[in-house]
Design a binder for this molecule. Structure first.
Ligand code: URA
Length: 240
């Protein structure tokens, strides 16, 4: 059982503003703790299973945030964007306030599963190739996908900025013009460059799975959800 913490500190840790602002939210009768209106920002609260309600919105307490997001096209995975709006603009503002970061970036035109967290160790674990965590991409191409191209992707292709080849750890043809490819690294535009290197092209790119965790079928584009210990276990499972 975690040690009880003052309500003001809890609200601050979740990204609801400065400690002073969080105390004022309580004084303004805008905070409920497990369904009961709070009146003392100094009150010590047990955080296990804690459900807050802030300004009329329910908020599950999470010491660290782990989020699955279904990225729509035409959003950039950056706080300071250049040409398109930021994925962070689609998330509740406490996430931005508490410093959540994308776990590896997707290109602005790529859709699908994006993890977002404020746990540095988790971000490192999910992005380092050493952990062998596969990321599955569904690729649509303008030209038919050949056996030769798939063979080449599995054997490894050399990209122009690094003599070390990069490999697909699995390739499954889904139709004449679509392919599911698994990679464990996350080099710059890696999938698009790998497809170009084997003589094809990416028309649309969608990330459908990380480790053994698949994009939930009921998570619509632009929506997010909390990840729980069982989801985190699936995320770190290696796949073929
Ligand atoms: N590879 C790419 O080329 N783009 C992405 O967004 C992700 C992987």
């Amino acid at each position: 059982m975690a040690k009880p913490i003052s309500l003001e500190k809890i609200l601050f840790s979740q990204g609801f503003g400065t400690r002073r602002y969080c105390a004022d939210l309580v004084y303004a009768d805008l905070v409920k703790v497990n369904g009961v209106l709070a009146d003392d920002p100094e009150e010590r609260i047990a955080t296990d299973g804690l459900m807050l309600n802030v300004e009329g919105k329910d908020w599950e307490y999470h010491e660290k945030a782990y989020i699955a997001f279904n990225k729509p096209p035409n959003y950039e995975c950056s706080h300071k964007t250049t040409h398109h709006p930021s994925v962070y603009s689609l998330l509740p503002s406490p996430f931005v306030e508490r410093g959540l970061q994308c776990v590896g970036r997707l290109d602005y035109d790529t859709t699908g599963l994006l993890l977002i967290s404020d746990d540095g160790q988790f971000i490192h674990k999910m992005t380092t190739p050493k952990k062998n965590i596969g990321k599955v991409y569904r690729i649509t191409t303008p030209d038919p996908i050949t056996e030769k191209q798939m063979d080449h992707l599995i054997k490894g292709v050399v990209l122009d900025d690094d003599p070390k080849p990069c490999f697909a750890t699995a390739c499954e043809k889904l139709s004449e013009n679509s392919l599911a490819m698994t990679i464990v690294e996350g080099r710059y535009h890696q999938v698009k460059r790998m497809m170009a290197a084997v003589g094809n092209h990416v028309e649309h790119l969608h990330r459908s799975q990380i480790g053994a965790y698949c994009m939930p079928a009921d998570l619509a584009q632009g929506e997010w959800r909390w990840l729980y210990p069982n989801d985190l276990k699936q995320l770190s499972q290696s796949i073929q």
